[in-house]
Ligand binder design. Structure first.
Ligand SMILES: [Zn+2]
Length: 133
């Protein structure tokens, strides 16, 4: 058995995979209006499969839940967190930053982009300026 509590790198990777697959599925939902079930299924098969043991996603889900509680204003003291949970929050922060770096939000409408290289926002049509050099 792998002790996921002691592998913050793996936990961060699991979180990143969760963010990426949620993002890919949301994109499929928004693009598949009117598509046949077969087409939707084909699109879903292109979502990258999970690469780690089940325990990582289990702990990752738990961290996301704790974070959702925190964001909803449920206060808990740092001393109430186990060390692995505190470490987990660092992994969550790292994974979220990596995800947001890969999928920057449109400055006009906030839509997360598929990558950093698009020229136009598919949500609102805003044009992105490229840095030269
Ligand atoms: Zn936009």
């Amino acid at each position: 058995m792998i002790d996921v509590w002691k592998d913050p790198e793996g936990v961060a990777l699991a979180l990143e995979e969760i963010f990426e697959s949620d993002f890919a599925r949301a994109l499929i939902r928004s693009q598949s209006a009117g598509a046949s079930a077969e087409t939707v299924e084909r699109m879903e098969r292109q979502v990258k499969p999970r690469s780690l043991a089940w325990g990582y996603y289990c702990f990752a889900d738990y961290l996301l839940h704790l974070d959702a509680l925190r964001q909803a204003g449920v206060a808990f003291a740092v001393r109430d967190l186990a060390l692995c949970e505190a470490e987990g929050f660092i992994a969550l922060h790292r994974a979220r930053s990596a995800f947001e770096g890969k999928h920057p939000a449109c400055s006009a409408c906030g839509l997360r982009q598929q990558n950093r290289f698009g020229a136009v926002c598919p949500g609102c049509g805003a044009k992105f300026r490229r840095k030269k050099g």
